[in-house]
Design a protein around this ligand. Structure first.
Ligand SMILES: *Cc1c(COP(=O)(O)O)cnc(C)c1O
Length: 349
């Protein structure tokens, strides 16, 4: 990215101008048990959650900052990555005017968010080996292209994109590059968050929904320059991460050992499923995975999907996605669940 990158050039003018809502808990930050808090119209009777949560989630951010080697002001937390992604749209994309670039086959939310926010979505297909087509992307981009979404490891193709391709896009795309790392903890690659100081146009999103096993609490993480984070902070709902979520997330992120063990088990199980799939004659291709799921091409995806369903096993049919004709996506489950899948597949031979 050019050294004269200026975030303010990309921010919507109404967002640049707006004065954020100042919550009671923002105005008086230094929470101290001995203070008498009569400022937020809360019910004073203690039940553990009668007070508004910390709008800046400082305890959780300080642990994450240490672990991820970033500053706390380079982190924004949201109600799942979905909220984080929506905030990015609303900060940078002027409805009916600006555009984004996405690379199908990929995560469906970018498109839905573009439609919700009335933003043009230019789609540039991945190449046949599921890599970004860098030249085509740069040719498609114009002065209205504010955001480029790279999902790596990519859902549903399961591969990570080549680092040199991502680097070229970071250097040459003239807007913000959002790298969605929902599956990074299953991958041998390092997070791009370590390159934040090198690329002022980089946003990295992660989530506690996959490797961390907390899909139910909704906690999404955004890493970016302090400048980008302060723009997103202006428009985020003040109490977007509730108290129960903050407590539960803090407990989990301070127990990295159990997360690591679960991830290792999932990766071993993934190898086991891959081996079994390779012995099933109607499985035509197994794509390499850096994630907790496997994409496989079968002879007839609709039929195989329905047959598995009849045996009580729900997988995802990804055949409607471009480049994914006749594919099924298998999430790695527990050992028992995976054995049921393998038994069911073998019975269909
Ligand atoms: C599952 C997934 C997410 C997670 O979204 P949350 O809202 O944090 O649960 C984000 N991006 C991709 C590509 C995913 O597959």
């Amino acid at each position: 990215m050019s050294l004269n990158f200026n975030v303010n050039r990309l921010v919507r003018s109404n967002v640049a101008k707006l004065q954020p809502y100042s919550s009671a808990r923002d105005e008086f930050k230094d929470f101290d048990q001995d203070m008498v808090f009569l400022d937020a119209n809360e019910n004073p009777f203690e039940n553990g959650v009668n007070r508004y949560p910390d709008p800046q989630q400082r305890n959780l951010k300080s642990v994450l900052a240490d672990q991820k080697n970033v500053d706390t002001n380079q982190i924004l937390l949201g109600n799942g990555s979905d909220e984080v992604l929506d905030l990015i749209f609303r900060a940078f994309c002027e409805p009916k005017e600006d555009g984004i670039i996405t690379l199908p086959p990929t995560y469906g939310m970018y498109k839905v968010l573009a439609e919700t926010n009335d933003i043009e979505n230019k789609e540039v297909l991945l190449t046949s080996d599921f890599e970004p087509d860098v030249n085509a992307i740069l040719q498609t981009a114009n002065e209205k292209s504010k955001l480029l979404f790279l999902c790596s490891p990519n859902n549903p193709t399961a591969n990570s994109f080549s680092a040199s391709k991502i680097e070229r896009l970071l250097n040459e795309f003239d807007g913000i590059v959002v790298i969605d790392e929902a599956y990074i903890d299953f991958s041998p690659n390092e997070s791009w968050a370590i390159k934040l100081n090198q690329y002022p146009n980089l946003i990295v999103t992660q989530t506690l929904s996959k490797a961390y096993g907390l899909a139910g609490i909704r906690l999404g993480i955004c890493f970016a320059s302090a400048e980008i984070i302060s723009v997103l902070n202006k428009i985020k709902p003040p109490y977007n991460v509730n108290e129960l979520t903050q407590q539960r997330a803090l407990k989990r992120v301070t127990d990295l050992d159990s997360i690591k063990k679960e991830v290792e088990t999932i990766l071993q199980e993934r190898i086991k499923i891959e081996k079994s799939l390779s012995q099933i004659p109607f499985v035509k291709k197994i794509y390499p995975s850096d994630a907790n799921f496997i994409l496989a091409k079968v002879d007839d995806a609709n039929t195989r999907y329905q047959q598995l369903l009849n045996k009580g096993i729900v997988v995802r049919n990804r055949s409607t996605q471009p480049l994914c004709e006749e594919t099924l996506r298998f999430t790695v489950g527990t050992e028992k669940e995976n054995n049921s899948l393998i038994t069911a597949l073998k019975a269909l031979i």
